[in-house]
Design a protein around this ligand. Structure first.
Ligand code: CO8
Length: 260
């Protein structure tokens, strides 16, 4: 399987995915969106050895500067709606990935780039990173989930301000607002993400997957997250990994999880 505009690097069960369109500040054109869809829809689910994913952008200037504005020329209502719907599908695949996905935000994360980072489970920002939803500058609104996920992360009032003014915020403000998990010196984003994912990879894979599903259930209309947690707890209790984890604690050794 090939992935145009993505560079993949698997090391010690952590897959680093670099969006590789540096000359266009890694803007998400149709081809890149299609690659991301196949990556998260097929490739990652099919490769059990992958225990975590880092998403980053090529170069030092941008994570992703948005959807590719040059592809917007001549865009009509129905076509725009379809592109947004397909993009939502892709970003839900990321959000619901069975393994944790961390955005290593190494510069501008604007529009679709900020939305992509928000679809990930965590965000590590370089201190030079800048976040924003500038779509209103183009007479547009976010179309990859930005109006919903920004509210989830930073609350309605501040989200409304950023969405309506198109203001960009620096990494330290994104940290203060709860949009990012950590701010690190420029160039250290991937290393920090890798350190976190390496620690998570020592945990029970089923438990990790169930935590992701249960947290996402809180934000899923028509799903009772508390009920989902009870069901998932029961499911985890029935796994070999749980028995191994408890036994390892008692025997004062590291557990050997198998994902079953
Ligand atoms: N799309 C296409 N090309 C881009 C984009 C983009 N989003 N951003 C930057 N580029 C290109 C520039 O055109 C330029 O290319 P060229 O050299 O060929 O002219 C190159 O990248 C470098 O950019 P700049 O020269 O502009 O670099 P600066 O350092 O001067 O500025 C900025 C950097 C501030 C990031 C500036 O490039 C900028 O404002 N970019 C646009 C940011 C933006 O508006 N993003 C939101 C786009 S809309 C969106 O994301 C909607 C998502 C939902 C879509 C739903 C369905 C389609």
């Amino acid at each position: 399987m090939t992935f145009d505009n993505l560079h993949l690097d698997l090391q010690e069960n952590i897959l680093t995915v670099t969006i590789d369109r540096e000359a266009a500040l890694n803007a998400l054109n149709k081809v890149t969106m299609s690659s991301l869809h196949r990556l998260f829809g097929q490739y990652i689910p099919d490769h059990e050895e992958i225990r975590g994913v880092i998403l980053t952008g090529a170069g030092q200037k941008a994570f992703v500067a948005g959807a590719d504005i040059k592809e917007f020329v001549g865009l009509e209502a129905q076509q725009g709606k379809q592109m947004a719907a397909t993009g939502h599908e892709t970003f839900f695949l990321i959000e619901n990935s069975r393994v944790p996905v961390i955005a290593a935000v190494n510069g501008f994360a604007l529009g679709g780039g900020c939305e992509l980072a928000m679809a990930c489970h965590m965000r590590i920002a370089g201190e030079h990173a800048r976040f924003g939803q500038p779509e209103v500058n183009l007479g547009l609104i976010p179309g990859y989930g930005g109006t919903q996920r920004l509210v989830q992360y930073i609350g309605k009032g501040k989200a409304m301000e950023l969405l309506l003014t198109a203001d960009m915020i620096p990494a330290d403000e994104a940290l203060r607002l709860g949009l990012v998990n950590h701010v690190v010196p420029a160039g250290q984003e991937v290393a920090k993400a890798r350190e976190i994912l390496t620690r998570i990879a020592t945990k029970g894979p089923v438990a990790v997957r169930k935590v992701i599903e249960a947290v996402n259930a809180y934000f899923t209309e028509a799903t009772d997250g508390f009920h989902f947690e009870v069901e998932s707890f029961g499911y985890a209790c029935g796994t070999r990994d749980f028995r191994e984890g408890a036994q390892a604690f008692i025997e004062k050794r590291k557990p050997a999880f198998t994902g079953h």
